[in-house]
Design a protein around this ligand. Structure first.
Ligand SMILES: Cc1ncc(COP(=O)(O)O)c(C=O)c1O
Length: 389
């Protein structure tokens, strides 16, 4: 069994393929201790412990802007970026500004379940868009947009996780991204690009971001240190046009709190300044690539015919589809009784859907448990399938 520290509520004798958490053994405890001691031992200690700049720690803003410009040639300036308390904080601000009280929001089907929760908090009017192994199906999106406009609705936001999506693991191709941008210009909606898994590519190039393809025009992009360093830091960023950033700076929680988590932001700036982030991300890519390969091999080895799954090239998740006639609810009940947990597909849809789907996270459990968990699931599925002579 895993020696990892389990999240609250997880029994020690279970194999949890539920959590999209980083592997606990990768959390950079020593490096963060050194960075914390450096901050507290420096003349900046009192600045770090005071209310901070509303836009966020300038050193951290500089680091993230330089990183994105270096890696993606985005041409960002400090005015394009706001430090937030995790990307969820940015999504909440975006939903409040653009979608509250019935604003029409397009979301992928499936999409990240907690993003649905944030939009629902603001009473957004959610419309699911179908995806396939190459992301949003653009032709269907076009039809849906025309129908919405026909009904008198004016879509304000399209929320997408374009790279190594949660929960499906799929990535939107560059040509589809370009067509979605054309549609955003035609219909006047803003693309909210949640790219928290972008750095976790196993190999090869990742398609350019929506932000990069548009030059920032009508795109709000959110990023996070949660998946590439540690979720407990509660630090992320929002990238947008300077005038948009100015509007977010007026937001009450940002103003009142003196910027997002200033002390932790100082520590992260020091951690990054010391060159830790690049080597850490390189290691994470190897760890998650190997975990993903173990999961794909286990699925290949154990699953009965008729079960299908995605083959992600980065990120944390595989999305599994059961044969017609099986329901994920029954599988969940049986697998829990055998100690294997997964996220049922139904939670990832704004409308109906997901009854034959499950999300399997390979990020959090050790490789030997992945194989055993998949074997147990496969056995239960086999027993649930109608017998053929
Ligand atoms: C697509 C996506 N966005 C955002 C988050 C949350 O990020 P943060 O911890 O920065 O709020 C997650 C975490 O699972 C996620 O999968």
């Amino acid at each position: 069994m895993s020696t990892q520290k389990l999240p609250q509520g997880v029994l020690p004798d279970t194999i949890s393929l539920v959590f999209g958490h980083p592997d606990a053994t990768t959390l950079p405890v020593d490096e963060l201790r050194v960075a914390t001691e450096t901050v507290l031992g420096s003349p900046q200690a009192c600045t770090a412990l005071q209310y901070g700049s509303v836009q966020g720690s300038p050193a951290l803003i500089d680091y993230v802007v330089d990183k994105l410009n270096r890696e993606e040639s985005l041409g960002l300036t400090q005015d394009n970026l706001l430090i937030v308390a995790g990307s969820t904080h940015a999504l909440d601000m975006i939903a409040r500004q653009h979608a509250r009280c019935g604003g029409t929001v397009l979301v992928e089907a499936p999409t990240y379940h907690d993003a649905l929760r944030v939009f629902r908090d603001h009473d957004a009017d959610l419309h699911p868009m179908a995806i396939d192994e190459n992301g949003i199906i653009v032709d269907e999106l076009g039809v849906q947009l025309a129908a919405l406009v026909h009904e008198g609705k004016s879509p304000r936001l399209l929320y997408t996780i374009p790279t190594f999506q949660n929960p499906s693991g799929v990535t939107i191709t560059q040509s589809r991204r370009e067509k979605i941008i054309e549609l955003s210009r035609e219909y006047g909606f803003v693309i909210v690009e949640d790219d928290v898994y972008r750095d976790l590519a196993f190999e090869g190039d990742v398609p350019p971001s929506f932000y990069g393809l548009t030059g920032g025009d009508t795109v709000l992009r959110i990023g996070s240190f949660s998946k590439i360093v540690a979720p407990g830091l509660r630090l992320g960023w929002l990238i947008a046009a300077p005038e948009q950033i100015k509007q977010y700076l007026e937001c009450g929680t940002i103003q009142m709190g003196g910027g997002a988590n200033p002390f932790v932001a100082h520590i992260m700036a020091e951690y990054c300044r010391s060159g830790n982030l690049e080597s850490h991300v390189t290691r994470l890519r190897q760890v998650y690539c190997s975990r993903c390969n173990v999961m794909l091999a286990a699925l290949e080895r154990h699953m009965p015919r008729g079960v299908t799954w995605t083959r992600p090239r980065g990120g944390f998740f595989v999305w599994l589809t059961l044969p017609i006639g099986l329901h994920v609810r029954s599988l969940g009940e049986a697998s829990r009784s055998q100690g294997v947990h997964f996220a049922p597909g139904t939670g990832f849809f704004a409308g109906s859907g997901g009854e034959r789907n499950l999300r399997l996270a390979f990020s959090f459990v050790p490789s030997n448990e992945i194989d055993r968990g998949v074997r147990i699931l496969a056995q239960i599925i086999r027993e649930m399938m109608p017998q053929t002579d």
